[in-house]
Design a protein around this ligand. Structure first.
Ligand code: ZN
Length: 447
């Protein structure tokens, strides 16, 4: 029997009160089983540009890809649409669900390019609809329909470059809204046993578990890692103190820095994008209320502010130690200038390229009694206040003060990392292809 390929993209079904597009995807995987579909990839969990002003929480979009028998086409679409309508918080403001169906065994380059753009900049619904029409895809949306933008993007992000995996476990409905019950010590142990192949399990600065969200959503916890095997193994090491309803493994652009674009000059950075850009520290760090640290960098084109906010933890401590003249490469989201603030980069990472020499100039000590001498005026020599000696030939001492920081890459604390931020633990493990890794047999489970 000839089979055809379908891609279903979903976005923004989350309400602020709970619900979760990944959960809808997990349920849809279950519902599609009766149509005998053959999944050709793990569900895609695609994080889009984290700086879009209207995002709900994580700005994530989802995609399912599978082969199916032509006779089930209508049933599949109806099942997906019905489920999506049931799970979408359509009545809530700020929730703009979208669903897109696309039938093609290939993803065209134009669609792939569109997806990259949604990860780094702002796309309009009009652009998305134009492409949908051109490709012959089908789209449905509620409210502003902006979810269609992300739903299409999830289909076009085939994750052929760097990617990661996340196993997400879900809670039983009767437990929703209560504190998540899981043995925290087992999560620290899991982290130790699976490092460096899993990441962002715990915040080592605060010795805190960060895989469990707070709030009423159905996510129990999520484990991120380099392969499907390792996140599944890690899941087996976590001791659950309440039963999970189901779990499922996603393939994702999380932890890959997909949102960051390298920009050559400071005057070319744009609000709502995330950039990597070089500059020389031009105004020393100053601490503003709530212990945020602000400094300025410049190049030949202009000067901008860089901000390390309190939750960035150690990154803020590093920023505080910068001096005018240090050269840095900063990573972060660009915030537009306001009446009181210039264009500002909210730091996710700093790569310190060079440190200026800091020297301290001091009057010499009295050769007679050891007391520090007083200057008698410019080129007038020195006088000792203790023993009265005078010295006309002595010069001021110049000593190099050791810097408190070293060159190298510094990343915001784990707890304040964006979904897309590549953590230190992943450096050196980046993938540059899908590499024909076959899917593992049991990549989801219903309890
Ligand atoms: Zn003296």
């Amino acid at each position: 029997m000839t089979k055809q390929t379908m891609h279903i993209g979903l976005d923004d079904t989350d309400s602020r009160k709970g619900g979760c597009t990944t959960y809808l995807t997990a349920v849809l995987v279950e519902k599609l089983r009766k149509f005998n579909v053959e999944f050709i990839d793990y569900p895609g969990l695609i994080r889009l540009n984290p700086n879009v002003p209207w995002k709900t929480r994580g700005n994530g979009a989802l995609c399912l890809r599978f082969n199916y028998e032509a006779k089930f086409e209508d049933d599949i679409k109806e099942t997906a649409t019905t489920l999506w309508e049931e799970h979408s918080a359509v009545k809530e403001k700020g929730t703009d669900p979208g669903i897109v169906f696309y039938q093609n065994s290939q993803i065209p380059d134009e669609l792939k390019a569109y997806s990259k753009k949604t990860e780094t900049s702002i796309i309009t619904l009009k652009e998305a609809m134009t492409l949908i029409k051109k490709l012959g895809a089908e789209a449905l949306g509620f409210n502003s329909c902006r979810g269609i933008i992300g739903a299409l993007a999830a289909i076009g992000e085939t994750l052929e470059g760097d990617h990661t995996y996340e196993l997400i476990a879900y809670r039983k409905p009767e437990n929703l809204g209560t504190k998540r019950r899981v043995d925290e010590a087992s999560i620290f142990e899991m982290d130790k046993q699976t490092a460096p192949f899993t990441f962002n399990n715990v915040d080592s600065e605060k010795a805190r578990v960060i895989i469990t969200p707070r709030g009423p959503d159905p996510i129990f916890f999520g484990i991120r890692g380099e392969t499907a095997e390792i996140v599944k193994k890690a899941f087996g090491l976590v001791k659950l103190l309440e039963p999970a309803e189901r779990w499922l493994i996603f393939r994702s652009n999380q932890g890959t820095d997909a949102h960051l674009q390298r920009i050559e000059t400071l005057n070319a950075i744009e609000p709502y994008s995330s950039v990597i850009v070089k500059g020389t520290v031009s105004l020393a760090p100053r601490i503003i209320p709530l212990r945020h640290v602000i400094f300025s960098i410049k190049d030949d084109s202009t000067q901008v502010d860089c901000a390390a906010y309190e939750p960035t933890g150690d990154l803020r401590k590093i920023a505080r130690e910068l001096h005018v003249g240090d050269t840095v490469e900063v990573y972060g989201a660009v915030h537009k200038a306001t009446a009181t603030k210039p264009l500002t980069i909210n730091l996710e990472k700093i790569n310190i390229l060079s440190l200026t020499k800091k020297t301290l100039t001091e009057n010499p000590m009295c050769p007679n009694c050891g007391k520090r001498l007083k200057s008698m005026g410019k080129n007038q020599g020195f006088r000792c206040e203790k023993c009265g000696s005078k010295y006309v030939d002595l010069k001021k001492n110049q000593t190099v003060v050791p810097r408190a920081i070293k060159t190298g890459l510094y990343i915001t604390s784990t707890r304040s990392q964006r979904h897309l931020t590549k953590p230190l633990r992943r450096y050196g493990q980046e993938k540059n292809c899908r590499c024909n890794v076959p899917m593992i047999d049991n990549w989801y489970f219903l309890m």
